[in-house]
Ligand binder design. Structure first.
Ligand SMILES: Nc1ncnc2c1ncn2[C@@H]1O[C@H](COP(=O)(O)OP(=O)(O)OP(=O)(O)O)[C@@H](O)[C@H]1O
Length: 272
């Protein structure tokens, strides 16, 4: 259920990196908030700082200026309230499917669960993600789609309030990706999570989100915040509607302008 309660707040955030070529201003004075129940997607040119913003929400890095807050408190470090899912590092290859799902439950923060409770959670997510028959399998024997489902199961099993996803479906074929979208929407609808997603697919962003942030070329600012008005639960047929396609085309256009701006900047630097 989406509400207006602000949960994660980026307040005038800037980020600068020291690089061999000098200081790189990645994010500049960016402010936005992720509200309770939001599914918010970040789209923008490659290298504009999307992962950097997500890393701040996850607690992996701190901004050089400004504040990133969770329920009014500075985000200082990662926590079990925020489940992070990356494109490539979602599963541990040395653990079986069920051990992967149980991994987070065995950490100190989840120690208050007894063995029966852990088993119940693992079974539930094996079932939900269609992996029950593969519980003893190792990730390398799974297809790409199954590995992504496993990564999702692992992220969800610790019951994070927030799910932070960085290009989680980028490596999947179109059909598996589409199936993953519906699975994600089903689980989110049932469990009511708050989600931040980074994607290069505007279509994916519009289909999944209630809000899309278009990030500008570096130094990055928010070019626009687009509200996606389609009610949940959503069905794939939405993607065939003129309303969906109008919105998709508008956002795509906006992103492409920022890609062009970033490319022009890079060219200028090459000439200089
Ligand atoms: N620790 C770091 N040290 C130096 N530079 C960094 C560091 N982390 C990121 N950068 C630089 O900051 C910029 C933004 O990186 P980031 O990964 O956040 O972009 P992105 O929008 O997620 O890119 P992509 O869409 O290609 O994944 C890049 O130019 C990157 O090289």
């Amino acid at each position: 259920m989406q509400t207006n309660q602000e949960r994660i707040v980026f307040d005038n955030v800037s980020m600068q990196f020291d690089t061999p070529a000098g200081q790189l201003q990645v994010v500049q004075d960016m402010s936005f908030s992720v509200n309770q129940g939001d599914f918010i997607s970040l789209v923008g040119p490659s290298g504009c700082g999307k992962t950097t913003l997500m890393n701040m929400a996850a607690g992996f890095v701190k901004p050089t200026r400004g504040r990133v807050l969770l329920d009014g408190k500075h985000i200082e470090q990662p926590g079990p309230d925020r489940g992070v899912m990356f494109q490539e590092y979602g599963v541990f290859p040395w653990l079986t499917v069920e051990q992967n799902i149980a991994f987070g439950l065995n950490l100190k923060v989840s120690k208050n669960l007894d063995a029966a409770e852990k088993k119940e959670i693992v079974d539930r997510y094996l079932n939900l993600m269609g992996l029950t028959d593969f519980r003893k399998a190792f990730p390398k024997t799974l297809s790409g789609g199954m590995r992504q489902r496993l990564a999702l199961a692992r992220t969800y099993a610790v019951r994070p309030e927030f799910v932070l996803m960085d290009e989680p479906f980028g490596a999947l074929d179109a059909q598996t990706r589409s199936a993953m979208h519906d699975l994600l929407l089903d689980v989110l609808y049932a469990e009511g999570k708050t989600v931040m997603l980074i994607t290069h697919s505007v279509e994916e962003a519009v289909y999944l989100s209630n809000k899309v942030l278009v990030i500008s070329a570096r130094p990055s600012q928010i070019r626009e915040v687009v509200d996606i008005p389609f009610p949940y639960p959503r069905h794939r047929s939405l993607q065939e509607t003129p309303e969906f396609n109008t919105l998709r085309a508008r956002i795509h256009n906006s992103v492409m302008q920022e890609y062009a701006a970033q490319e022009a900047l890079a060219k200028q630097k090459r000439v200089a």
